[in-house]
Design a protein around this ligand. Sequence first.
Ligand code: MTE
Length: 322
Amino acid sequence: MLIKIAKPSDVKPSEITPKSLYLDRRRFLKTAAVAGAGVVLGTIAAPAPAHAARGPKLEGVVKSKWNLETLGEKLTDYDAITKYNNFYEFGTDKDDPSRNSGAFKTRPWSIAVEGAVEKPGTYDLEDFIKPHALEERVYRLRCVEAWSMVVPWVGISLANVIKHFGPTGNAKYVAFETLLDPKQMPGQNRRVLKWPYKEGLRIDEAMNPLAILAVGLYGEAMPNQNGAPIRLVTPWKYGFKSIKSIVKMRFQADEPPTSWNEAAAREYGFYSNVNPTVDHPRWSQAKERRIGEFLKRPTLMFHGYAEEVAHLYAGMDLRKQY
Ligand code: MTE
C-alpha cells in the first residue's frame, strides 16, 4: 500500500460440509498448534532465509470447486507468496514481514465475537475453527498496488462461521480487528496507520460463498507473514480488505471504520472492489502485474469473480462507492 504520509518522521509511502470431510479435524488442530509453538523459536529481524521455513501440513483439507482446474491459471510460487507481503505491523517493505515475524506468537489465540449475535463470546481458535470444513480455495489476490498472485488458500467459509454464531436482525455489517501488540509487532510503534488494523464487510458480502477465513496456504499452516493464525480472504476486493491475524469480529448496524479509509479516504473506500474502470487517484487500476510474470495483464471487473458477486452491488454507483 502506498499512502501520502504527512509526517516525514513516518515511514515511506456451502453449507457446512458433511462430517466425513473433516474427520481429521483433531489432527489438523494438533499440527496447527505445533505451527504456533514452532514460530516462537524464531527471532525478530533475522535475515530472510534463502528458503522460507515451511509450516506443518494441515490434515483433513478438502478440495473445493474453487480449484486450479476451474481457475485455469498457474499458482504463484510459495516463495513469492511468503516473501512479498504487506503486513505493516511488521514493517512497510515487502520483505519486512517475512524477516520480522519469525517470533510472532500465534498460540494460544482467541477471537472475540461481539455485538448483534446470538452466541457472543471469546473463543479459542481451535474451538472457533472446529465446527467447519477446511477447504482449499485457489483464488486470485489483487493488491491495490496493481500486482497480483494466485494463492492456494486453506480456510473455512466465513458464511458458515457467521451462521454458527447466529447474527441478529441488527447485524448489517461485520467489523474485524487485528491483534494490537506493539511488543510483538514492531510496526505498531510507528504511526503509519491507526492501530489496530481494522476492516469490515457488509453482512451480505461476508455471507458470500467466496469469502473465507484462511488458516493456511499450499496445504500448510499459515505463515506468520501471511496473517497467521487466521485472516480474511475476499478475492473480489483489493488485498487490503484481507485483514490478517484477526482477534475480533463484531456484528453491528453501522458501517465500521476501516484503517485505510481512515488513513486516506479519497484513495481507499469502504467497498474496495477490484474495478479496472475506477482509477486510484494516483495510478491506473486497469492492469496488473502477476508476480512472476513480465508483461502486465488487464485487470478484470471484481478480479474475475463478477458472476459470484456483481449482484451484491446492483444499483450502486461504484465510482462513488469505491
Ligand atoms: N492486515 C494487517 N493486519 N496489516 C496489513 O498491513 N495488509 C493488507 C492485507 N492485510 C495488511 C493486512 C494488504 S495491503 C494486502 S495486499 C494483503 O494483506 C497482503 O496479503 P499477503 O501478504 O498474504 O499477500
